[in-house]
Design a protein around this ligand. Structure first.
Ligand SMILES: [Ca+2]
Ligand SMILES: [Ca+2]
Ligand SMILES: [Ca+2]
Length: 470
């Protein structure tokens, strides 16, 4: 790890040194210009360092440590070069933190529907307009706004009728004001600038309290992305096509548990989050009734029917009839009889982390990472009881390796399956997209430069989704 970082910093330093030499040669450049160039390349070295760390963790995942990458990013968020330094920070829950911003600490606006109504300053007409902006049709609801609404107001654009591509796009939606989307973070860089912390001396009006109230931009994102990668680093195992052996190898389940899980996965509308609330034996017994359990239970049923026939020709009733009738209904009861046993929280966690029932086609909006999510998002978007949120955050932050699966949330007092279950489809324990806000400073003359770069680490090399110099 350290080697890679040093390597990245060395490259950064070499680039800076090179630029410096060529800069000095051009004597017409003033010292201000040199300082700016030095600061810019220092900021760039910070960005390169963060990307190198993210790529390292994509190649070397540790499913037992949900916070390993976050810690490495934090630890290297400040660096000194020969001619300058970089400093990477972000705000979350109003507070300043070292390192890049995890986009998965916010809720993805493309995954929200009813939850939008919970958010402050979101009025029903704005929620309607956001919904219409995203949905593929041109039917404006009672409170919505489709193409004609924007045309009638002389706008030169119309709704995308697809997912938001970035957060700023939200400001184009009818009824949305920058005061709501940006709050105090007027340049949307996720950091506090001097004009954002001086009250009403300069625009915008702010509270001058050293905290950043970033409005909706502090709780919503359009950039977090889903990935096929499981915490182990392998693509998630698709239970619709997996064999029992593969399930056992990936999750450590017993053979009966694995076949019960596979049987459940074959049922229509199977959702793995269900494992958090309903015992596996109940889920899979329902599935056998639906006739989906073709594999294991079907084979069992066939053999016992055979046994039943030979039993009845044999004439004797008693045991063999018992066996045969057991066998016949066994097609339905097979899994239950075999006693797959219900999963403990650790096993549920491994299944939720490593398996899926949906074939991954392309990256879509990303889920919220329970390890980095802000209290504000849990309270305000997901409408969770503030006391429960405090418990979750303090328990989570007390664990050096974080919450390694959603099932480990069930070990936190107050988090009953009934509370976790409705949230579960929005939550995960992984993060793929980060926004690096790197400020470079030149050592000698005092130049400063800032870069805001959003990176997706789910593939190698990492992909830059957005690049901006505010
Ligand atoms: Ca629409
Ligand atoms: Ca700012
Ligand atoms: Ca101000």
């Amino acid at each position: 790890m350290l080697l890679i970082v040093i390597w990245a910093v060395t490259i950064g330093a070499a680039i800076v040194a090179g630029i410096q030499i060529s800069s000095f040669r051009q004597s017409m450049l003033g010292s201000d210009a040199i300082a700016r160039v030095q600061a810019r390349w220092a900021a760039r070295a910070g960005v390169e360092t963060m990307i190198a760390i993210m790529e390292y963790h994509t190649e070397n995942p540790d499913p037992e440590d949900a916070l390993g990458m976050i810690r490495d990013l934090q630890d290297n968020s400040y660096g000194e070069l020969e001619t300058g330094s970089y400093d990477i920070r972000h705000f979350l829950d109003g507070q300043e933190w070292a390192g890049p911003l995890d986009e998965h600490s916010k809720a993805n606006i493309n995954l929200l529907s009813g939850e939008l109504m919970n958010i402050r300053d979101m009025t029903p007409d704005v929620v309607g307009a956001i919904t219409d902006w995203r949905d593929s049709n041109e039917d404006a609801g009672m409170l919505g706004a489709e193409k004609s609404h924007y045309q009638n107001r002389g706008k030169s654009y119309e709704p995308r009728n697809a997912d938001f591509r970035n957060f700023a796009e939200l400001e184009l939606v009818a009824g949305v004001w920058p005061e709501y989307t940006r709050g105090e973070d007027w340049n949307l860089d996720g950091r506090i600038d001097s004009n954002e912390d001086d009250g009403d001396q300069t625009w915008p009006d702010d509270q001058a309290d050293g905290m950043l109230d970033a409005g909706w931009s502090g709780i919503l994102t359009a950039l977090s992305r889903s990935s096929a990668l499981a915490p182990s680093g392998l693509p998630r195992l698709n239970l619709l096509t997996a064999t029992s052996e593969e399930v056992i190898e990936r999750t450590g389940l017993t053979a009966p548990q694995a076949s019960a899980l596979l049987a459940y996965a074959q049922t229509p509308n199977a959702k793995l989050e269900q494992l958090l609330t309903v015992p596996l034996s109940t889920l899979s017994s329902g599935s056998a009734g639906a006739g989906g359990a073709a594999g294991a239970a079907g084979a069992g049923g066939r053999s016992s029917t055979g046994g039943g026939k030979s039993g009845s020709t044999g004439g004797s009733t008693g045991g063999s009839t018992g066996r045969s009738s057991g066998g016949r209904s066994g097609a339905t009861g097979g899994a239950t009889q075999a006693g797959p046993g219900d999963l403990d929280n650790a096993a549920k966690g491994r299944v939720l982390n490593e398996c899926t029932t949906v074939e991954f086609k392309r990256a879509g909006p990303g889920k919220v990472n329970i390890n980095t999510v802000s209290g504000e998002v849990l309270r305000e978007v997901f409408d969770l009881n503030p006391k429960l949120v405090d418990t979750l955050l303090s328990r989570r932050d007390a664990k050096p390796s974080g919450l390694t699966s959603l099932a480990s949330v069930l070990d936190i007092p107050g988090f009953t399956p009934q509370i976790l279950s409705p949230l579960a489809k929005q939550l995960d324990v992984q993060s793929f997209v980060f926004t690096i806000s790197s400020r470079g400073r030149s050592k000698t003359v005092g130049g400063e430069s800032e870069m805001v770069v959003t990176v997706d680490r789910s593939m190698l090399p990492a992909q830059i989704l957005l690049y901006r110099e505010p």
